[in-house]
Write a protein that binds this ligand. Structure first.
Ligand code: CA
Length: 279
């Protein structure tokens, strides 16, 4: 059974999942569940269609290098060299992920991020000039999912793209590990089945990472969670965007769920430590 499950190439994430499941299954001796999950993992590898990637970069050589490397990795690649072309392709090609340079002719990468975030949740990885920390912070605030500073290692960029795509897939409803709960805190309800947050019965427009963060804080209600722990649990151990990312997302969440975001009563700042969800 295990031999057949590995006949198709698995991603690192899938291999890790299998190892975790093996350890857990041996521990609880639930071999039936192990079999089901191994079959599911194998199906995920078989049914994988190529990921569509849009590369937006006006430096022709860099654009070609990126394009070549992602094609070699089995991605379906489209390239854009200016902001207008990028927006048109983002809408027509419907990529699974966008690598987006900030300094572009036409419309810059930050403005493109702002426009696209109103239209879709497509993961965006920004390419920033070295030392331009302000661009990174603004980019993340506008809704970019990750960034890399130039010059970067191609291997690291490919790893980051894969990590982002993995996170998006894990957010999708065919994730084999299905949550099945509703968490209620007074007028706030989190429906894990629908990936939905309701305030006074009204569904909130909430981004995937905000949802993950809120769910993580709620399931640890009353406990202080450090920024670095939140970063690891919500963004993953391979994310190195810095704890400022946590603060930015907390601020967005407060704007959505607090009656007075400047004087929060639900998500409490514990100075020098992190955040605590008080219900
Ligand atoms: Ca550029």
């Amino acid at each position: 059974m295990i031999y057949f499950a590995f006949q198709n190439p698995l991603t690192i994430n899938q291999i890790l999942l299998v190892i975790i499941v093996l350890v857990e299954a041996v521990r609880i001796k639930n071999y039936h569940q192990l079999d089901i999950i191994l079959k599911k993992t194998s199906e995920m590898a078989k049914n994988k269609s190529p990921n569509k990637i849009l590369i937006v970069e006006d430096e022709i050589t860099l654009n070609e290098t990126l394009s070549y490397n992602f094609e070699q990795q089995g991605y379906q690649v489209k390239t854009a060299f200016d902001g207008h072309e990028a927006l048109a392709l983002a809408r027509n090609f419907e990529p699974d992920i966008i690598i987006l340079d900030i300094m572009l002719p036409g419309i810059d990468g930050l403005e493109i991020t702002r426009i696209l975030r109103k239209e879709s949740g497509v993961p965006i990885l920004l390419l920033t000039a070295q030392g331009e920390e302000i661009d990174r912070v603004v980019g993340l605030e506008l809704g970019a999912d990750d960034y890399m500073a130039k010059p970067f290692s191609m291997r690291e960029l490919i790893a980051r793209v894969k990590a982002l795509l993995r996170r998006v897939k894990l957010d999708q409803p065919d994730n084999p590990i299905q949550p099945s709960e509703q968490l209620t805190f007074n007028n706030l309800m989190i429906d894990e089945n629908k990936h939905e947050v309701l305030l006074n019965g009204v569904s909130l427009k909430i981004k995937p990472k905000e949802y993950d963060l809120l769910l993580y804080l709620c399931t640890n209600s009353g406990k202080v969670m450090t920024r670095s722990l939140i970063l690891e649990k919500v963004w993953g151990w391979d994310f190195d965007g810095g704890t400022r990312t946590v603060d930015v997302h907390i601020r967005w969440l407060r704007e959505k769920i607090e009656s007075d975001p400047t004087n929060p009563t639900r998500i409490i700042t514990v100075h020098g430590v992190g955040y605590r969800f008080d219900g």
